[in-house]
Design a binder for this molecule. Structure first.
Ligand code: NAD
Length: 425
């Protein structure tokens, strides 16, 4: 087949087995045998499960799971599994947590398990009256929502509150209903989406308008997790380091260009735990960044201050809609095992630990940036990846990585040349 004959229209692709799909992909892309074998290799979920989780599966992708040590959260020592492809992330949490361990570690809180579902109503000529007509039906709405999920209600969750806003838009006013639902130990997207969809015809009936979108908001600002910790001056390494870190925070707080990277670092830690526990990384990322911009300007998710005795106090607050049930949490065997490592029994406990990890990550990144720079520690770990990419195996990896770091040349070309020299002599 010539390149021009290749077509991405593959009838019945979704009905094929995983192996058949891989064969079709290999033929389309001209994959070599090694690539086909790699994609076909079993990971730590079997092909059958993977095939049921998403569509058109051809392979699984394994990501390393590291465990962060030194974490003490609300007086309990906890080991935290983190799934990430990025070097330095786990080490940063371990180091930062060690430096506040003796001072008590992390203290956390949550605002509750409340998720928000939105129902968009258009085409009403009297939006203010429509708003009140919806609010008047609060009890009826509660019954409709709770009727969608008797199991959730049995577990103590369900409809909690109603908010209706008239939203001016370039397409005219819309009446936006927020269903506020306690989803207990589930992230709750499916739960609240079902409620919003079920309620829609009633809202149309009460108002004469037309409902369009019915879906949760990822700005889960009623499901906040918070963490704070204090790092004593001697653990940080002195006033100059502390003041440099506070200045780094002031920079992030004032400048969205810096805040984006500051928060990205925080999410390095947060997303790694979210992923390890089978939760939805995109939902948490979207919520975090939207929350960081809630006052109209994107800013830092953390705050840093100097305490009366000169210590450094850090705090973080962000939406953390994560679950112990629902989505992949219960069906991915590695996620289930990671939850066992954490030893949590509620989604709120998980959210608290994740917030603490985000704060620890931020401490580590700011300290590195305000002192030696991020590259020193990062490159030492990254050198392993460069060595492996250059073809080093076994014992060669640490030897070559150490050489690259010592020469301050963590580069692919240097690694290849040095590996050749190592092997030759
Ligand atoms: P789910 O529907 O799989 O499970 C939740 C249900 O489990 C509840 O409705 C309840 O009936 C039951 N349940 C059993 N034990 C429970 C307990 N202890 N606490 C609470 N509920 C319990 O999952 P979900 O949490 O509703 O939805 C999460 C999934 O939705 C994720 O996979 C996410 O990726 C996906 N999703 C996300 C978005 C988004 O973020 N925009 C949109 C759609 C879907």
């Amino acid at each position: 087949m010539t390149l021009s004959n290749l077509t991405s229209r593959i009838p019945g692709f979704h009905r094929m087995t995983t192996a058949e799909r891989l064969e079709a992909v290999a033929a389309f892309s001209g994959l070599d045998e090694a690539s086909v074998a790699q994609l076909g290799a079993p990971g730590n979920i079997d092909a059958h499960l993977a095939d049921h989780m998403i569509e058109n599966v051809v392979a699984t992708l394994s990501i390393p799971v590291g465990v962060a040590t030194n974490m003490r959260v609300d007086g309990r020592d906890v080991l935290v599994p983190m799934a990430t492809e990025e070097s330095s992330v786990v080490a940063a949490v371990c180091n930062s947590a060690r430096q506040c361990y003796d001072a008590g570690g992390f203290t956390t809180s949550v605002s509750g398990n409340l998720m928000i579902a939105q129902v968009q109503l258009t085409g009403v000529t009297d939006p203010e009256a429509a708003r009140l007509r919806i609010l008047e039906r609060c009890d009826e709405i509660a019954a409709i929502c709770d009727g969608c999920d008797p199991m959730l209600v049995r577990l103590g969750g369900g409809f909690r509150d109603l908010e209706v806003r008239v939203l001016p838009t370039r397409g005219g006013p819309m009446v936006v209903t927020h269903l506020i639902v306690d989803t207990r130990d589930a992230m709750g997207a499916n739960a609240v989406n079902t409620m919003a969809e079920t309620l829609a015809p009633s809202i149309e009936g009460w108002t004469g308008g037309r409902v369009l979108l019915r879906i949760l908001s990822n700005l889960a600002d009623r499901r906040l997790a918070r963490a704070r910790a204090t790092w004593p001056l001697d653990a940080i390494g002195g006033a100059a380091v502390r003041d440099g870190m506070v200045s780094a925070y002031h920079f992030a707080e004032a400048d969205p260009y810096r805040a984006a990277t500051h928060n990205k670092g925080i999410m390095n830690g947060i997303s790694a735990v979210v992923l390890a526990t089978g939760n939805d990384t995109r939902a948490v990322e979207a919520g975090a960044h939207a929350y960081a911009a809630r006052h109209g300007r994107y800013t830092s998710l953390t705050s840093w201050e100097v305490t009366a005795d000169g210590s450094l106090a850090g705090s973080i607050e962000l939406p953390l809609p994560v679950g112990l049930v629902g989505g992949a949490t219960k069906i991915h065997p590695t996620a289930r095992a990671c939850l066992k490592i954490l030893g949590v029994s509620t989604a709120a406990e998980l959210a608290r630990i994740i917030a603490a990890v985000g704060l620890a990550q931020n401490f580590g990144a700011m300290k590195a940036l305000a002192t030696t720079g991020i590259q020193k520690g990062h490159m030492a770990l990254h050198a392993n990846n460069v060595a492996i990419a250059a073809g080093a195996v076994g014992e060669e990896v640490p030897r070559l990585a150490a050489l690259l770091v010592e020469r301050r040349q963590v580069r692919q070309d240097v690694a290849a040349a040095e590996l050749e020299r190592m092997r030759a002599g």
